[in-house]
Structure formats: C-alpha cells, structure tokens
Design a protein around this ligand. Sequence first.
Ligand code: UDP
Ligand code: MG
Length: 342
Amino acid sequence: MRARPVLWIVIPCYNEEQVLPLTAPLFIRKLRQLEEDGRISRRSRILFVNDGSTDKTWEIIRKTAEEHEECIGICQSRNRGHQNAVLAGLMEAKDRCDITISIDCDGQDDLNAMDEMVDKYLAGAEVVYGVRSQRKTDTWFKRTTAQMFYRLMNMMGAEVVYNHADYRLISAKVLQHFADFEEVNIFLRGMVPLVGFPSDTVYYERNVRLAGESHYPLRKMLALAFNGITSLSVKPITLITTFGIGFSILGVILMIWAIVQACLGNTVAGWTSTVCIICLLGGIQLISLGVLGQYIGKTYLETKRRPRYIISARTWEPETRHWIEENDTGNESTEKEQIGNI
Ligand code: UDP
Ligand code: MG
C-alpha cells in the first residue's frame, strides 16, 4: 500500500459564473472528506484553471482562493479550449503533487467516484479512468451523438476508453512522461493511454449540469472527434488509399467495357454517365485532398512549436510559497492580493 498522496484536483472553467459558486463548495467539501478519511495528504489542493472566460469566472476563482487556503487558481491569457485548459492545470500540478484528478466544474461528474479513484491508486494503478455507467440524464440527442463520437473514434484508429471523458486520476509519475508529448493538437483522452503504466476504471453516474449551459454543442463535438482522429491516427489516409484502389479497379473495368462496346460497333452511351463519373470522382478527390490537407496543416502547426498554454495570472506564487512546507502560512492574503493585481 502506498503512502497518503498529495492530491491536486484540476478543474477547467470557461464562462462558468453561474455554476462555479454552486460547485466550488462541493469540491472543497470533497477534498476535506478525502483528507479526513485519511486517503490523501492534508497538503492537497484544488486548482481552478480559468480558460480565458469573459464573465466573472476569474473573480470568483480569486475570491475562492482568498477565502480557502486549499484553493488556488491559474488564468490562461485567452480561451484555448477545454483540452488545453486541463493540460495547463496538469502541468502546473505535476511537480507539486503525487496525484491529480481532472474534473469538469459543472457538477456533472459524480465527486464520490474520487474515493474509489484514490483507492485504486493506492492499490497500484497510475491512471484511473472515470467511466460513465449510464447517460440517462443527457438528452437523447446528446447521448446518441456522444455514442457515435466514441464509435467513430475507435473505427478511425484513435483508441479511447468508451464513455470516458476527462474525469480521471493521473499520477505525477505518468505526468512527468506525459510532459514529453510535445504536440500542439491535444486530445487527452487518446493521449493518456499512450503513456502506458497500469490503469484502472471507476464507474459513476453522470448528473445534469447544475447551472449554465454546455460548451460542447454538436459542432464542437464533431471538431473534437475530427481533431482526435487526425491527431492520433493516419487511418483516414489509409481509407482514402483503399477508396482510390477500389475506384481505379472500377475505372479499368469500365474502360474494358467501353473498348468492347466500341469494337462491337455499339454507340457509346450518352454523356450523362460520363458526367456522373466525373462528378463522383471529382468529389472523392476533393474530400481526399481535404483530409490530406488536414494532416499537412497539422504538421505545419506542430513545426511552429507554439506554447500550448500561457498562464497570465496566478492566485499564488509558485517560487516563494512552496507547497510542500505545511506550516508555511506566511502573509498569505497580501501575497495573493499582490499577485492578483499584476
Ligand atoms: N471548458 C473550458 N474551455 C472551453 C470549453 C469548456 O475550460 O473552451 C470547460 C467547462 O468550463 C467545463 C468543461 O470544460 O468545466 C466541460 O465543458 P461542458 O460542461 O460545457 O461540456 P459538456 O459536459 O456539455 O460536454
Ligand atoms: Mg459538462
């Protein structure tokens, strides 16, 4: 059995002024309970990542950090998307804790699953995936499109854990290696399994959002699936090649048929069929070029080596206030004030 770990709960927040005041106390209560149960160290923290919100989210995070010692916040310089926000939080946490749990801030994921996640870590797992046992509370449309998302991902060669979103425990050990994955197009669900190490699964029920609205409409979900597929797999290119071979064979058969017809002296059929074939092939070629373009575009972006996240403000100072010193409470509020005002 492992020693009591220092846990950092990483919570991405984007325009969540409605839900954050409701869920922040729940996260704090959960952390205290985990500490009291003796599962985690009392030096554990909750890290809110403000993903460039345009509403009062950052103010709420700063206020929460001032009022509660166990809460801290970082702010991205602009909205970079959910995946980058989680990554920013995980990278901030990796050298300061033993384990991290990433969770959405809207209260949809059952906090009680954390107990089991930590237990599984204590029993030896380095990654514990939170998997939704059912989606009764989602609308039929959301449920169906989400299921199609996972099927499509797996069909296209991006292996993801079915019904697992971004609620998971990752140990600092895994994160150290994860930091070596330097790609810019991030799809955490598909990347974490690539790091390896022993993993386990915890099942939980997904609730409805406590307040506010989803930031993942169908359009964004499709974009995420497309990003995941093209970031993790080259299967679409293989599919295009297969299509290409199929159509070439068909073309040869048609050619032979046309020659035979010409030899027999039959008039060649009207132009409609020709036009249809041209259109069909033209369409397929365009799609193929589009997909190839996606890969080239990604290569282009990767070669730029842009930073994957930029933290513009913190509610704490990593250098002067070292976590691991438990009794170092210092002149905390003034310190936070100063940092907040930068
Ligand atoms: N989120 C984020 N940046 C974004 C969009 C969303 O940090 O650009 C956060 C959001 O605040 C929430 C989580 O990602 O904590 C999941 O978003 P949401 O609940 O809207 O998605 P859904 O659960 O409906 O798929
Ligand atoms: Mg949600």
